[in-house]
Design a protein around this ligand. Sequence first.
Ligand code: ASP
Length: 470
Amino acid sequence: MRHRFEISYVGMERTLVRETPSRVGEKVKLLGWVDARRDHGKLVFIDLRDRSGKVQVVGGEELSDFKNESVVEIIGEVKKRPEKLVNPNIETGEVEMACESAKIISKAKDLPFSIDGDGLEIEEATRLRYRYLDLRRDRMQRNIKVRSKVTEKIRSFLKARDFVEIETPIISKATPEGARDFLVPSRLQKGKFYALPQSPQQYKQLLMVAGFERYFQIVRCFRDEDPRADRAYGEFTQLDMEMSFITQKDILRVTEELFIEITENVLGKKVLQKPFPRFTYEEVMKKFGADKFDLRDEEQKKDPDLLALAWVVDFPLFEQTPDRKLGPMHHPFTAPKDEDIPLLDTEPFKVRSWQHDLICNGFEVGGGSVRITNPELQAKIFEILGHTKEEIQEKFGHLLEAFQYGVPPHGGIASGLDRFLMAAFGEPSVRELIAFPTSASGQTSVMDAPSQVDEHQLKELGIKVDVKKK
Ligand code: ASP
């Protein structure tokens, strides 16, 4: 037997909510969710929501068991509302639909939480467990849709400037960005591991050796870091770029133009200062006591539409690690300034580098550098960082080898997409910009991971787990 719903579903073309104001006097069919219901006995009002907006439906008893968030089909005539009943708060506020026939396609249970407000008062674990419901709220719909517009702009902007979008491997070898790696055991070579990339750093440099000259990728990066509000646990998205035959000025210029374009023409917000102010690391440490800072004054901070973007340059090449050793301030591929190279052996902490960081409203939203392209200098930096000759060969031999076949001078930058949008929207965490984020404690949304795996899977991988099962 055919279901009633199927018959009418195919019978009449669907109209989107946003089209209703231009269909006054016509009979249309709407499909969507019950956003709200107001029951006045004989008269029942429903706000129907679809991907394009919300519209009021007026009907009678046939709507009285239409529960919130159920998926419904409504057929009726679009009517102009009398002047005094116009609702200026919604796009379709000048019209309403007089229900002629209505049907529940899929009935919704009571939701575990309200999706009316911004949802920030609800316990995050609950929001993430039911993320598909949490994403129905207006704020989350806006965040995810704006993000899609931003990536569209990034692609068109960079492609118009000769950048090539290139994917790099996810299952690969560790590349150091200063965090812990996520490891993936190999089944074919038991006892060996892949690492998920902390960034495509070495691949993008190899792409410069390969002659592409201008690369970008909107790419997932994986870092097993301890949770922090301005970072997502585990994975996050970067706009990764690399260019050949450039200086630091060129990298800053194209990045700056792109961020102004996104801020003004996609987000509809304002940039506090153009061109972005540039500070040296020494200046910001003196002035703000940190390499992240907010250039807005207290009044400006109240304005949600103002982005204070700025550059920091002239970083030291090395920093002291927590165990008092020498570590790279950015990563080991960052070039030292020529005039400071003689200090490498004598006073390494005084060596300045070609690193650049992009700051937005108090957050570091991007970082990059001009790279080392001289294989001897690169090997020397690895040695200073404490790697043995064998380790260098094992971990980075491929890069040093590649640099012996004609490497153009190059450099680049990676900007945190989630992080920039978090700063731009003043959201409390990057997770508000990610459809299915992992919680601060490392629990995935909706699906219950990490979780145990079957014994035979472990056996295939040659792995014995040395923790008690809970
Ligand atoms: N790979 C660097 C990072 O993820 C960015 C860069 O140097 O281009 O921070």
